[in-house]
Design a protein around this ligand. Structure first.
Ligand code: 5GP
Length: 205
């Protein structure tokens, strides 16, 4: 079990078979030491990929994305869920249906901060149905930029997000992969692999 998984077991709360609450270290309170390690791990997995910019969505993607941008020494920009009064025009936008809030937001990034020379790493806190990541992919394409891959802190592997992104041919790296939240218990993809004693399963970060 890696340290993101350990943190989930220690402090995560299973709200239902589909939703995990991690307000104590990722979605409300933020554990800076954990974020530092997360930045180092994403950097390790994507270094050498020529990334010039990280993009994420406010608000919970910002902390892991910031720590990764420090490690990769690249720029960072986050998509806004609400347009600010100062963002009058020149925006790339995409519609994103939120799994947890059950509402559609229009996310936007100013054209000023994304251009065709960028090679982009997309980072987010959770991957569920893949709508947030697909919205960001759409925005990168509108800018004519290229995509290095997608980095996710917590992936719910029993939902279709990973498959949708992989089917588009993008590299995806998730630090914790949850295979089930049934019966109030978190099970990881790596738990199953360890039981199967597959050597590749025992991966610590
Ligand atoms: P997707 O677009 O992949 O369906 O969902 C990704 C977004 O929904 C994440 O940015 C995250 O904010 C939120 N999300 C999805 N599932 C969960 C969950 O189980 N717990 C929490 N805390 N957020 C989630």
């Amino acid at each position: 079990m890696n340290y993101v998984e350990t943190e989930i077991i220690r402090n995560g709360k299973v709200l239902s078979e589909g939703v995990l609450k991690v307000d104590s270290f990722l979605n409300h309170a933020i554990d800076p030491h954990l974020m530092t390690k997360i930045g180092e791990e994403f950097s390790e997995r994507f270094k050498g990929d020529g990334i010039t910019k990280i993009i994420t969505i406010e608000s919970s993607g910002i902390a892991p994305a910031l720590m990764t941008s420090i490690q990769l020494n690249c720029d960072l920009v986050f998509a806004r869920k609400r347009k600010s009064l100062t963002m009058l025009d020149q925006l790339y936008t995409a519609k994103v249906y939120s799994f947890t809030k059950q509402q559609t937001n229009e996310i936007s990034i100013s054209k000023e901060f994304l251009n065709r020379d960028d090679h982009v790493l997309i980072i987010d806190d959770f991957l569920a149905n893949g709508q947030a990541a697909l919205g960001l992919i759409d925005i990168v394409k509108q800018a004519g930029a290229s995509i290095a891959g997608v980095g996710i802190v917590i992936e719910k592997s029993f939902q279709p997000g990973r498959e949708l992104i992989e089917n588009k041919g993008y590299k995806i790296e998730s630090l914790a992969r949850i295979s089930s939240l049934k019966n109030g218990k978190v099970t990881f993809v790596s738990d199953k692999k360890v039981t199967d004693s597959s050597p590749s399963a025992v991966r610590s970060i």
